[in-house]
Design a protein around this ligand. Structure first.
Ligand code: 0O2
Ligand code: 0O2
Length: 211
């Protein structure tokens, strides 16, 4: 147990620091009173039982966890609209407090389960009493609809241990399509809002000009 505590300590630190940093990005948008592409941020260190299950499933030797398990430290950034996701990814690419080592786009290429999200794997330097240690962390960026689907599917996955009965599988697929359509509808509504805002700001400028 002591060994696990020691192994997980830098991951815990990284998750806490990254939560502060990523929530800080949202706070800056709020200060600017500009629209924030980030709705909320969560983070967790993978529980030991899940680390062991995944290592077993993916045949990762325990002495290779640091190099081969990318989501022991996991962060999630939720967005209102699909278009916000790429803006958030750009913000992450522009930071210089970590290095992006891999990006996985499950939005353009959704998983066969119906899962959609954008994954960014980073190498993050943690300062320890023995010097700097770089750890891998995974940031998942997704809309609220994608998050809703993934959360429900994840709990069902836990219940059925990945072996879904056919009818549940079909319902989950239909739910994934519904979540996709919801995102599309919301994007269109957003377009309407932006058109309206642009129209009113042009009108205001005209009125100012006439004074
Ligand atoms: P606020 O004021 O509620 O916005 P912890 O690990 O408990 O120390 P944290 O960040 O509290 O740290 O926990 P976690 O589980 O990582 O993140 C949860 C944060 O996500 C909380 O915000 C929740 O309010 C927020 N959250 C969860 N679900 C939703 C949701 O559906 N919509 C919105 N808008 N927020 C959600 P905070 O940071 O505690 O602050
Ligand atoms: P947790 O903490 O329980 O969420 P993989 O081969 O897909 O298992 P890999 O190669 O590490 O894993 O990379 P990937 O797919 O980029 O990231 C895996 C994580 O993405 C999962 O973590 C989930 O959080 C999420 N994910 C991927 N596919 C699905 C899916 O079909 N449904 C849901 N709900 N989430 C998914 P874990 O290991 O499940 O850990």
């Amino acid at each position: 147990m002591k060994h696990w505590d020691q192994f997980l300590a830098p991951y815990k630190l990284a998750v806490e620091e990254l939560k502060v940093k990523l929530k800080g990005m949202r706070a800056q948008f709020e200060l600017d009173t500009t629209y924030s592409p980030i709705e909320f941020v969560t983070g967790r260190v993978k529980p030991i039982a899940s680390i062991l299950d995944k290592a077993n499933l993916k045949r990762i030797p325990l002495n290779r966890l640091e190099q081969e398990m990318q989501d022991i430290a996991g962060l999630r950034m939720m967005c209102q609209f699909v278009d916000d996701i790429i803006k958030v990814v750009e913000l992450l690419r522009n930071r210089n407090d970590f290095e992006i080592v891999e990006e996985r786009d499950y939005i353009s290429h959704e998983k066969s389960s119906g899962y959609r999200s954008y994954h960014v794997v980073i190498s993050y330097p943690v300062q320890t009493i023995n010097g700097e240690k770089k750890i891998l962390a995974e940031i998942q960026i997704r809309t609220l609809a994608m998050n809703f689907w993934a959360t429900v599917e994840h709990s069902l996955n836990y219940k059925y241990r990945g072996q879904f009965p056919e009818d549940i599988k079909m319902r989950l697929q239909r739910a994934a399509e519904a979540a996709f359509r919801l995102d599309e509808e919301m994007s269109q509504i957003r377009g309407e809002i932006q058109d309206a805002q642009a129209f009113f700001s042009r009108k205001k400028e005209q009125q100012e000009g006439e004074k």
